[in-house]
Write a protein of this length. Structure first.
Length: 226
């Protein structure tokens, strides 16, 4: 082998050794600055969240649990995510007097009616109401009541993400629901009597109506390992 080739090989070897040593130093420095976790409370989760776990010897209960109202309203909101309405998704959850969920529902077309063959539009370009969703859609409140497997809704509590219209109010009254808990009321023009009539009907029927005031600003659900 020529002296020149030996010199090149020696230089390449020196550079390789120097690079390897640099990598090792960086790796060791990172391990020193970031020691491994010593308890479950320090474990990092994939998205950067920290899972805070109580001591296994602590006899006290967890403080950040959901209230019953937040729990049932959250289920109504989750049900609304099933709606295919591109403009407004509404969900409802019917609950017994003992806190048992009897039925859930969201706004959509009746069973057996293809949601690909009926319109989802709010308005018709030709002014034809049959080209809009309104003659066909079933409201979330109605679906929640009808999805109870024929159990009576009498004396039960209905959670709904949006205050029911007058047509839904009639069904709520006839089904025997005793309380309506809603999250938001749709703002309409003063000349629209739909929700004014709904308030009047529910009041006359003696049904308790109240707006949900959440204890939490948001509830995050992530599909990852616990």
């Amino acid at each position: 082998m020529k002296p020149r080739d030996l010199a090149l090989i020696s230089v390449a070897g020196l550079f390789g050794a120097a690079a390897y040593a640099a990598v090792v130093r960086v790796f060791l420095r990172r391990r020193k600055s970031s020691p491994p976790p010593t308890s479950c409370a320090e474990l990092e989760i994939s998205e950067g969240r920290k899972r805070s776990l109580k001591s296994p010897y602590d006899p006290s209960k967890r403080e950040s649990y959901l209230s019953w109202d937040d729990y049932f309203m959250a289920i109504a909101f989750l049900s609304a995510e099933r709606s295919k309405d591109p403009n407004r998704q509404v969900g409802a959850c019917l609950v017994s007097q003992t806190g048992i969920i009897l039925g859930i529902g969201y706004n959509g077309f009746p069973r057996g009616c293809s949601d690909d063959k009926l319109p989802w539009a709010k308005k018709s370009k030709t002014g034809n109401p049959l080209e809009t969703k309104y003659p066909y859609v079933c409201h979330a409140e109605v679906n929640a009541i009808l999805n109870t497997n024929h159990a009576s809704a009498a004396g039960q509590r209905l959670y709904v993400t949006m205050f029911p219209c007058n047509e839904c109010a009639k069904i709520i009254i006839q089904s025997g629901v005793s309380e309506v808990v809603y999250f938001v009321e749709k703002r309409l023009q003063c000349c629209d009597t739909t929700y004014v009539a709904s308030h009047k009907l529910l009041s006359m029927a003696g049904i308790n109506v109240r707006r949900h005031v959440p204890r939490m600003n948001e509830i995050s659900i992530k599909f990852d390992e616990l």
